[in-house]
Write a protein that binds this ligand. Structure first.
Ligand SMILES: [Zn+2]
Length: 211
C-alpha cells in the first residue's frame, strides 16, 4: 500500500511552480524546450492562470466555479462512461460547441476514494474535488472564447522539410495555467496539479501489489 505519510510530505513541500515544472516535464515536447526557457514558461502560465481567476471572481462576484460556469453559459454534464487519454482515465473535459464541461463522475469518485483512504482530506477536501475539475475546465473555455490558448505562447520546431518548419504548441502550458486558475479560485493549499501525482503513485502501487 502507498505510504500516505511520504505522499503527504511531498504534497506539502510542493508549490505551484514545482507542480508546473512536473507538468511541463511530462509534455511530449519537453526536451525540445531549451532548459533556460522552462522556468520562464511555467511562471508565465501560472501568472496568466492566477490573474484570470482574480479577474473572473471580480467580474462575476463569486469564486464558486459552478455559478461561474452557469454565468458563462457553460453546460455541466455528468457522465458515467469511461474515457481515456493514453492509459490515464479522463476525469473531466471541455467541449467547445455548445460549451460543455463533461465530468466523468466514476473517475472523480475513485479519486475522492483514494484521497479519503490516504487521509489527505485536509489537503484536498472531497467536497471541493468536483469544483476543482469544473474550475480547471472553465479556464479552457476562457482560453477558447477570450484570452487565446496559453499553449500557443511558445512553439517549438517539430519537423523541417526543406525551408519549411513545422511548429507545435506546448499543450502542458494550458494545463499549468488551468491548474493555477483552479488553485487561485478555490484557495487551495496544495496545487491541484498534484492530484495527478496522487493518481500516478496509486497506480504504481497497485501494479506493484499485483505483480
Ligand atoms: Zn486541462
Amino acid at each position: 500500500m502507498m505510504d500516505s505519510r511520504s505522499v503527504r510530505q511531498i504534497l506539502e513541500a510542493t508549490d505551484d511552480h514545482i507542480a508546473g515544472i512536473m507538468q511541463l516535464s511530462k509534455d511530449i515536447l519537453y526536451k525540445k524546450i531549451p532548459a533556460v526557457m522552462r522556468d520562464k514558461l511555467v511562471n508565465q502560465a501560472l501568472k496568466i492562470g492566477r490573474q484570470t481567476a482574480r479577474d473572473i471572481a471580480i467580474e462575476y462576484g463569486t469564486q464558486d466555479p459552478i455559478l461561474i460556469a452557469k454565468k458563462l453559459g457553460i453546460k455541466i454534464e455528468e457522465v458515467s462512461s469511461k474515457s481515456f487519454i493514453g492509459n490515464i482515465l479522463l476525469r473531466a473535459e471541455y467541449v467547445t460547441s455548445p460549451p460543455t464541461i463533461r465530468l466523468y463522475k466514476n473517475s472523480i469518485f475513485w479519486l475522492i476514494g483514494t484521497i479519503t483512504r490516504l487521509k489527505l482530506e485536509d489537503i484536498f477536501p472531497p467536497e471541493k474535488i468536483m469544483a476543482i475539475h469544473v474550475a480547471h475546465e472553465i479556464f479552457h473555455h476562457i482560453e477558447n472564447v477570450k484570452i487565446g490558448l496559453v499553449s500557443k505562447c511558445y512553439t517549438v520546431n517539430i519537423l523541417k522539410i526543406g525551408p519549411i518548419h513545422i511548429k507545435s504548441e506546448i499543450k502542458s502550458l494550458s494545463e499549468i495555467a488551468a491548474n493555477a486558475f483552479a488553485d487561485t479560485l478555490l484557495n487551495l493549499k496544495v496545487p491541484c496539479g498534484m492530484l495527478d501525482y496522487i493518481i500516478i503513485e496509486e497506480i504504481k502501487n497497485a501494479v506493484k501489489k499485483f505483480s
